[in-house]
Design a binder for this molecule. Structure first.
Ligand SMILES: Nc1ncnc2c1ncn2[C@@H]1O[C@H](COP(=O)(O)OP(=O)(O)OP(=O)(O)O)[C@@H](O)[C@H]1O
Ligand SMILES: [Mg+2]
Length: 238
């Protein structure tokens, strides 16, 4: 007997989105006519040349920016129209960011950096310490808990950022070029950690990349060019 198809719930819905930046008196149309949905559990990569709009799109999904037109819905929040106070709460509770300019706090240890978001979420001290520690161990950073960012390599810092995102139990982790600046072995290890989280916790990942190795692991590749989606290809995760 045929199996019923697995019910897929869209977690992110982007409808008719455009994004225009004003630079001095110039208008830059970074995104236009964007329509895309992301299902729960996907491991989705936005790819495309430099300037094609990948970071702009991730910023819209994470409610770091609002679209010039169109609608962005993540879970039950319409992030394109929600008031700023609601968006701060949304970012804190629903989204994990692994962005290059979302740096770790230099005066805090790796463990404290992970705990910090949980503290903002109001998680009790003993629970947050345990969860932060578990996330660091899971991502392969056991032994580095008490080091500050300056005492960690770029790849290790990137993994602390992922542990921080994971420990907060978000709906979605957004990662902007997570393997940029990492050597290929470290990049591969990082992606394997992300895939493990995706499989074990069902955490949805949406990331941008220029890296063929990262693309080979994506469950779907959405290609951007000049601010448009030009291709969307599903493939089996390897
Ligand atoms: N804050 C901004 N102000 C003005 N223009 C911007 C701003 N951010 C991005 N842009 C422009 O919007 C377009 C898309 O940029 P975006 O950063 O989204 O591209 P990208 O695909 O992430 O590129 P890269 O691969 O180099 O990171 C580019 O033309 C860029 O110059
Ligand atoms: Mg970018």
């Amino acid at each position: 007997m045929d199996r019923a198809p697995i019910e897929r719930t869209p977690l992110v819905v982007i409808k008719d989105v455009s994004m225009r930046y004003r630079l001095n008196s110039l208008d830059v149309l970074a995104l236009s006519g964007i329509n895309v949905s992301v299902d729960s559990g996907e491991f989705l990569a936005f790819v495309g040349p430099s300037g094609s709009g990948k970071t702009s799109l991730l910023n819209l999904i994470g409610a770091l920016d609002r679209p010039s037109s169109g609608k962005v819905v993540v879970g039950d929040t319409e992030v394109s129209s929600a008031p700023a106070s609601r968006l701060a709460e949304f970012r804190l509770r629903k989204i994990g960011f692994v962005f290059q300019d979302y740096n770790l706090l230099p005066v805090l240890t790796a463990l404290e950096n992970v705990e910090y978001v949980l503290m903002l979420q109001g998680v009790a001290p003993d629970v947050r310490r345990r969860r932060a520690n578990e996330a660091l161990v899971e991502i392969g950073l056991d032994g580095c808990q008490n080091r500050r960012p300056s005492q960690l390599s770029g790849g290790q810092q990137q993994r602390v950022a992922i542990a921080r995102a994971l420990a907060a139990r978000p709906l979605l982790i957004l990662a902007d070029e997570p393997t940029a600046n990492l050597d290929s072995a470290t990049g591969e290890a990082l992606i394997q950690s992300m895939l493990t989280l995706n499989r074990n916790h069902g955490t949805t990942f949406v990331f941008s990349t220029h890296d063929d190795m990262v693309m080979s692991h994506a469950s779907r590749i959405v290609r951007l060019k000049d601010g448009h989606i030009v291709e969307s290809t599903a493939h089996a995760i390897s």
